[in-house]
Design a protein around this ligand. Structure first.
Ligand code: ZN
Length: 165
């Protein structure tokens, strides 16, 4: 990088990739992942794999099974923030990062953390501002079937939900 690029919404581009770019949002003091190009609903933006596998979750991992948490390759996927109205999904069976709806070039990409996380390392307050915001995000374990009903969930989370009944 020889210089930084400012785009609308006061965010600075940190790194550019064919599929996505990482931007720093100065107001939120947070990095975020954005679409480099437009995507159609159900399209696989990126195939991912485990950079490393851990027994315990960290704020950088996603859960792929019981006591199985992976850090992501490509590593820019770690900047996918949470929203209670997500536009992308980590399919940990197909290992695909998938569009849940049509996405415009430049749009921020967010996933629903409890769609992969059963019990998170740390709860965090959500300020996504959506009417359906759950306010505190701790993992699918702490949500009712009704709350999870309209979200796409990984096979692992669905298995966990089936076995708690
Ligand atoms: Zn929210």
């Amino acid at each position: 990088m020889t210089h930084s690029t400012l785009v609308a919404g006061a965010h600075e581009i940190i790194s550019r990739h064919a599929e996505c770019f990482v931007a720093y949002h100065s107001q939120r003091q947070q990095k975020a992942l954005h679409a480099s190009v437009a995507y159609k609903k159900n399209e696989v933006l990126v195939s991912f794999s485990a950079a490393e596998t851990f027994n315990e979750p960290t704020y950088l991992t996603i859960q792929t099974g019981e006591n199985k948490h992976i850090s992501l390759a490509p590593s820019f996927l770690q900047y996918t923030n949470h929203s209670c109205r997500p536009n992308v999904f980590f399919d940990t069976t197909l290992m695909g990062f998938i569009a849940l709806q049509d996405i415009e070039a430049g749009e921020e990409l967010c996933f629903f953390y409890p769609s992969t996380e059963w019990e998170m390392a740390e709860a965090f307050p959500c300020a996504c501002g959506q009417p359906e915001c759950l306010l505190e995000i701790k993992g699918a374990r702490f949500l009712s079937d009704e709350q999870l009903d309209h979200y796409k969930l990984t096979d692992f989370i669905q298995q966990q939900l089936a076995s708690r009944k």
